[in-house]
Design a protein around this ligand. Structure first.
Ligand SMILES: NC(=O)c1ccc[n+]([C@@H]2O[C@H](COP(=O)([O-])OP(=O)(O)OC[C@H]3O[C@@H](n4cnc5c(N)ncnc54)[C@H](O)[C@@H]3O)[C@@H](O)[C@H]2O)c1
Ligand SMILES: [Zn+2]
Ligand SMILES: [Zn+2]
Length: 337
């Protein structure tokens, strides 16, 4: 079968490889759609920390079950998506249902080979029934579940002001699920084109350009002086993360979906006087996947909002580098097999 191997940063190669063996409690998937994510782009670019090559990328998948070696309620021929965070099932996080932050997590397409090949073997425990969703919808569940998880972590309540910083694919999904939770959403970015995208495609309530506007004054005006009850970082930018502590309402929650490598620092008295809550948000659980899928079924979330680019598998090698160019304004590129 054909596979697209990322041999080293900047180099993709189509290779003929053996079809994976079908191990116990695994299913062999015939891949149908692969969504391209920041992780894939950074891995190709060579800027993804702790990434080993060669690697077959791709973890946002829609597929058909070709073979299955397990007694389960999944059947050959049905379409599925997967929860690509392969967890151990035994550690303290897994035992407490927090499979999203397993101590020895292996992310498909990051730590193990992913979906940019014709067939992929995955644990049956990672499978998710399609529930009538389309292939495009199924491939979008994972990236949207990241934002849905962050919003669930923050326990967002109707009519709360939620400031989402960063309007990339992850931030956009976060805004969408904050809206679904009934929040009033403020989108902030430094990129005018992305803020325009939020207004046009997500009808967010307010946008702030962090470069050209006075952020504090905008927030005071929008929230009537209260400031946002919830702030979610989806930039992964250290300066943006450190800055945002000062924008939080008293009694507020600050959730970090974005990730960067340095230490975070903030004023303890400012944090204390707010009785602020700081949390990280990693990956997503099956409950988040189900919430995203229900929202799709209800027509609240549409693939057309996110999918800006689409190519066949044989073209990926040629076009992949162009998706890194901001001029091409990629939100989600979708690969069809
Ligand atoms: N929690 C998780 O499990 C998880 C999963 C996937 C991605 N992530 C992280 O989420 C973050 C966002 O991912 P993405 O793919 O959407 O990235 P992206 O680079 O496409 O989007 C980031 C956005 O932040 C904006 N930005 C940068 N600096 C800013 C600043 N100072 N103020 C305001 N906006 C600023 C950029 O203009 C951009 O639009 C990354 O840090 C990524 O590592 C986390
Ligand atoms: Zn992803
Ligand atoms: Zn575990």
């Amino acid at each position: 079968m054909k596979a697209l191997v990322c041999v080293e940063p900047g180099l993709f190669k189509y290779e003929e490889v053996d079809k994976p063996a079908l191990n116990k409690d695994h299913a062999l998937l015939k891949i149908k759609r692969i969504g391209v994510c920041g992780t894939d782009l950074h891995a190709y670019e060579g800027t993804q920390p702790y990434f080993n090559y060669p690697r077959i990328l791709g973890h946002e998948l829609a597929a058909e079950i070709a073979e299955i070696n397990s007694s389960s309620n999944f059947t050959i021929g049905e379409t599925v998506t997967i929860i690509p965070y392969f967890n151990c099932g035994n550690c303290i996080a897994c035992r407490n249902g927090k499979t999203n932050c397993c101590v020895s997590m292996k992310v498909c397409g990051v730590h193990t080979d992913g979906g940019m090949m014709e067939y992929l073997s995955v644990p049956v425990s990672s499978l998710v029934h399609s529930n009538g969703l389309t292939l495009d919808e199924l491939a979008l569940v994972e990236p949207l579940a990241i934002g849905a998880h962050g919003i669930r972590r923050a326990n967002v309540q109707p009519n709360e002001f939620v400031l989402v910083i960063g309007a990339g694919p992850i931030g956009l999904g976060t805004m969408e699920f904050a809206k679904i939770a009934g929040a009033k959403v403020i989108a902030m970015d430094v990129n005018e084109q992305r803020l325009f995208f939020c207004e046009q495609n997500l009808s967010v309530d307010y946008t702030i350009n962090a470069v050209t506007e006075n952020v504090r004054e905008c927030l005071i005006e929008i929230t009537g002086g209260d400031m946002p009850a919830v702030i979610v970082d989806a930039t992964g930018n250290l300066k943006a993360i450190n800055n945002a502590f000062q924008y939080l309402a008293h009694g507020g929650r600050y959730v970090l979906i974005g990730l960067q490598k340095s230490d975070i620092s903030f004023s303890h008295p400012e944090f204390h006087k707010r009785e602020a809550t700081l949390m990280s948000s990693r990956n997503a659980t099956r409950a988040d996947f189900e919430h995203v899928m229900e929202s799709m079924k209800d027509g609240l979330v549409r693939p057309s909002t996110y999918i800006t680019h689409r190519v066949g598998f044989s073209e990926v090698k040629n076009v992949f580098a162009s998706w890194l160019d901001p001029a091409n304004a990629v939100i989600k590129a979708m690969i069809e097999m």
